[in-house]
Structures are given as C-alpha cells and as structure tokens.
Design a protein. Structure first.
Length: 149
C-alpha cells in the first residue's frame, strides 16, 4: 500500500477550515497548516484578538507548533499552506525557519510580503499563489462585510 499524495487544493482546504474557526471566533480569518512528508503537522488560525497579541498570526502559531512537533527550529522539509499572503513579519519568521515552500491562496496587496523588494524570504524558499484564491478571498471579504454591519 503506497503513500497517497494530497494535492495543494486538499491542504489549502484544511487551511480554510482553520480560517473558518478564526472567523467564528471574531478573528481576521486567516488559516494555516504546515505539511511535512505529505502529513499535516501543525494547524493554526489568527488569534490576535484572543491572545491580545499583534504577533499571533496563523503563520507564527503554525511555525511554533511545527517546530515543537519536529523538535527543532528549522522547517527545511516543510510546506506552509496559508489562506492569505503572509505579511512581512511572517515572511521574516518563515525565512528564519527556512521553510521549503509557501503556498498561499489570496494576495494581500496592502500588507503582503510580495510588495517588498528584495524579498524577505529565504533564498531557497519556493512560493506558489492562487490556490483556491476565490474561496480564500471571499472568506476575508465576508468577514469585513459582517464587521461593518
């Protein structure tokens, strides 16, 4: 029996589930999962309101959880799936963690790391974007529409 390989869409759906938990808890709905050897080793969603901590982004919590799971600070053989393009703070932390790949859903033209040049990421980190972009973008848009009601 061989190892089944999951698609980027599969893991992004798992990140979306985390974002939905954040939404239901009044957090900006960003979700993340860290995958190592085709297995989710960390799940997280934004918790800045709950923890009263501006650094409690989904990516930061996922990095800490994955490092704890692996017993080391480097995520060299891991992928991060996140529903929104990481901000520069998270991109810097991902660089320090030396994550192999970042896959994100929706672009964040106002706060995303891609607006910075040169990139804050580790030079070996690969980046993919646009995975389930519409679903990721809709969740964020719905959250802010509800907030303004």
């Amino acid at each position: 029996m061989g190892l089944s390989v999951h698609s980027d869409e599969h893991f992004m759906k798992e990140a979306l589930k985390q974002a939905q938990i954040g939404y239901e808890n009044g957090e900006i709905p960003v979700g993340a999962v860290v995958v190592c050897e085709n297995r989710i080793i960390a799940r997280a969603y934004n918790q800045t309101e709950l923890l009263n901590d501006v650094t409690a982004h989904a990516e930061m919590i996922a990095i800490t959880s994955a490092a704890d799971y692996l017993g080391g600070k480097y995520l060299v053989d891991c992928k991060l799936y996140v529903t929104l393009e990481p901000c520069s703070m998270c991109a810097g932390a991902l660089a320090w963690a030396q994550i192999s790949e970042i896959i994100y859903g929706a672009h964040d033209p106002q706060r995303g790391f891609r607006r910075l040049s040169p990139s804050p990421l580790h030079p070996k980190t690969e980046v993919k974007s646009g995975i389930l972009e519409n679903e990721c973008k809709s969740l964020i848009q719905d959250f802010f529409k509800d907030l303004r009601k």
